[in-house]
Write a protein that binds this ligand. Structure first.
Ligand SMILES: [Cu+2]
Length: 469
């Protein structure tokens, strides 16, 4: 039942690419609108395979594509049509803390049939997304996520602007989501919930139709619970212009493959340089496979214009504080332990010390930050507003982690295995045994989570928070 796999066992360093055609349903954000998560069905598998019961915003997977112009107010009423409490987290937005959507930290979740009003003006242009922040490991795996595009006031000249949302699903032989494995300790202690079916824009495959000579802006999102993906557009040379919403100096990724950890985004310029009437594959590279998720399909016509678009696209900077005062920075250590092949002997959970076996059995926790499993009463650290903060993340585990910071973007300033990257990100991928120091200006007051975005790791204990006063 699985997807079109080519079984070219390659590594993520090989090249790969994907494309899109039928974009998710677009919603203009100039007026208030309702985004109701509810049970629905989706054709995740090739027909005539059955439809799959999912949970979707407005019943769609991905949820409606929300668009707003930088600085304009976005008004979304969450009306909970689910059988359990939920919230919406606006991932990557430097948002007012009360709108961050973290259940029990920044708000009480909306119970079934209840409404929660989200109102905010995104300060930064770029590619963002939204998803629940309550039982995220279940709610996202059932299909709750959507893209949020914050338009530049003067967007760069492109012929098409195409969202490409990648996900993987764990489906049983009946084509239905394997719900019995939700919360499985094995997933928590290993690489997280890996699916057996990949989708592009909620479909088994999706094509994007182009004209030779087109310049396309792709907005890539990895919405999987735990799978790291390399994305490849065969025969094409992507140029990355933004990561996690924030503009970067344009660069060509290694091997023309764009590597995305769970929750990461990339904005990419793709020039359509192949011949009219041809077609090339969109591939998602996983650790062992190249999965064919769609095609770039060239029309028989060429794009006609007076002058070809060949200049590099450089996005204007966002109004984010980027001046790091590293000399006077305060440093917090974040030591990651636990998981399979690296279990800790003891950890604290909700103020009590446990032997790891008891912690696993009684509370399903298998990871710790600084010896603490899961959220604590007191924050990891308290920072003064405006202070430069360094967090030294020490991955003592045998697993990769995708560390997500709420309310702030962060930049690497030291790395144990290579030069630090200059990009501002909301999610930083760490490989096993690596040590990365990130820094940021704690400019945004409130209570902010910092957790692994491999959602089973988060549920298994890799979650903490810091406070900016
Ligand atoms: Cu993790």
């Amino acid at each position: 039942m699985i997807t079109r796999r080519e079984f070219q066992f390659g590594s993520l360093s090989a090249a790969g690419v994907a494309l899109l055609g039928t974009a998710p349903q677009r919603v203009q954000a100039s007026t208030a609108h309702i985004v109701s998560p509810k049970p629905a069905t989706a054709q995740l598998l090739d027909a005539p395979e059955p439809v799959t019961n999912i949970w979707g915003y407005r019943g769609l997977v991905p949820g409606p594509l929300l668009e707003v112009t930088q600085g304009q107010q976005l008004s979304v009423d969450l009306v909970n049509g689910l059988p359990q409490p939920t919230t919406i987290h606006w991932h990557g937005i430097r948002i007012d803390n009360a709108m961050d959507g973290v259940a029990y930290l920044t708000q009480q979740p909306a119970i079934p049939e209840e409404t929660f009003a989200y109102r905010f003006a995104p300060p930064d242009a770029g590619t963002y997304w939204y998803h629940p922040h309550n039982r995220t490991w279940e709610q996202m795996a059932r299909g709750l996520y959507g893209m949020l595009i914050v338009r530049e006031p003067q967007p760069p000249a492109v012929d098409r602007d195409v969202p490409l949302v990648f996900d993987d699903w764990r489906l049983g032989n009946d084509g239905q989501i394997d719900t019995r494995s939700f919360g499985a300790i094995h997933d928590k202690a290993h690489g997280g919930r890996m699916g057996n079916v990949l989708t592009l824009n909620g479909k088994p495959s999706d094509d994007i139709e182009v004209l030779a000579g087109d310049r396309v802006r792709l907005r890539l999102l990895n919405a999987a619970n735990a799978r790291i993906m390399g994305l490849q557009f065969v025969g094409h040379a992507p140029v990355v212009i933004a990561l996690d919403g924030q503009p970067v100096a344009p660069f060509a990724p290694d091997g023309n493959v764009i590597l995305l950890a769970p929750s990461q985004r990339a904005d990419v310029i793709l020039d359509m340089t192949a011949a009219t009437g041809t077609s090339s594959k969109i591939l998602a590279l996983t650790q062992r496979e190249k999965i064919h998720l769609g095609n770039i399909v060239y029309n028989s016509q060429k794009r006609r214009r007076a002058k070809p678009l060949t200049d590099a696209v450089v996005l204007p900077p966002n109004p984010m504080p980027t001046e790091l005062d590293l000399k006077n920075a305060i440093t917090t250590d974040l030591v990651m332990t636990g998981g399979a092949m690296g279990a800790f002997p003891m950890a604290r959970y909700q103020g009590k010390d446990y032997a790891v076996r008891d912690l696993v059995r009684e509370h399903g926790k298998v990871w710790a930050f600084n010896g603490e499993a899961g959220m604590t009463e007191e924050p990891l650290a308290k920072y003064q507003r405006g202070q430069t903060v360094k967090i030294r993340m020490i991955n003592q585990t045998a697993w990769p982690h995708a560390m997500h910071f709420h309310g702030h973007h962060v930049r690497e300033v030291a790395h144990s295995k290579r030069a630090p990257l200059p990009h501002w990100r909301d999610t930083v991928l760490m490989l096993p045994r690596e040590e990365i120091t990130i820094a940021f200006v704690a400019h945004n007051p409130g209570k902010w989570m910092c957790h692994c975005h491999m959602l089973e790791h988060q549920a298994g204990g890799m979650a903490t928070w810091f406070e900016v006063s």
